[in-house]
Design a protein around this ligand. Structure first.
Ligand code: G3P
Length: 222
């Protein structure tokens, strides 16, 4: 499973890349708003950092298919042909996904709350479909189950589209999907950091250090 960072703060992303084995960056308009500044400059900075082959996902704002396709063209012209264009799976979005996929644009179908949205987006040619795990949970549903179902229905129907699960609020939601081997999960820096916030591990490492210092003196290493 690919592990992607759902954020646009370049400094935070650079820092996370130093530690975590991550595979790219996803953004959306709200994430860009949180990052602040000129979104074109922020996205250009992300592309420069990730390199031309790095996985970068950028969402369209238009609500009509024609506008979405035009926007996808501008996104790819500015950030590279291999940039994944995120398109919400609305009626117009589905139309745009078909048009974009037909012109070899890599599409991430987003705002996926149901299995059928994902199925339709996959048939239309999306590379990824992004179910919003925690937002589904907040509607009283089971976000992990929806993402798992989508993964299975892609496999059973011979669809090449991968699940890119999104909207996580805790590590358990992510772990459940690692267990299923879905294609990718995009997580906030907070959730990513939480994977390694383990007091017991820190305590064990401190004990090792103190025991060795008892043997060889302060600050001793091998
Ligand atoms: O990009 C979509 C998804 O990541 C939204 O996450 O945390 O705003 O529900 P969240």
């Amino acid at each position: 499973m690919k592990l992607i960072i759902d954020d646009a703060n370049i400094e935070k992303i650079k820092q996370l890349y130093e530690t975590f084995p991550v595979d790219g960056v996803t953004t959306n308009p709200s994430i860009l708003a949180r990052a602040g500044g000129d979104p074109h400059r922020v996205l250009r900075g992300l592309r420069d950092f990730l390199g031309s082959e790095g996985e970068l996902h950028v969402q369209v704002l238009s609500t009509d298919a024609e506008g979405m396709v035009a926007e996808a063209g501008r996104i790819r012209a500015e950030l590279g042909e291999n940039t994944y264009v995120k398109v919400p799976v609305t009626r117009e979005g589905l139309k745009a996904i078909r048009l974009l996929a037909a012109s070899d644009c890599r599409v991430t179908a987003t705002a996926v709350y149901t299995q059928m949205q994902a199925f339709l987006a996959a048939k239309a040619g999306a590379v990824y479909a992004a179910p919003y795990v925690n937002r589904i949970d907040n509607l009283g549903g089971d976000g992990v189950a929806v993402a798992r179902d989508i993964h299975e229905l892609f496999q059973k129907n011979g669809l090449k589209t991968q699940v890119l699960a999104a909207s996580f609020k805790n590590c358990r939601q992510v772990l459940e999907l690692v267990r299923c081997g879905v294609g990718a999960a995009t997580v906030s820096p907070e959730v990513l950091e939480a994977f390694l916030k383990l007091d017991a591990v820190d305590a064990a490492v401190e004990r090792f250090r103190l025991d060795f210092e008892g043997l060889c003196g302060a600050q001793a290493t091998l």
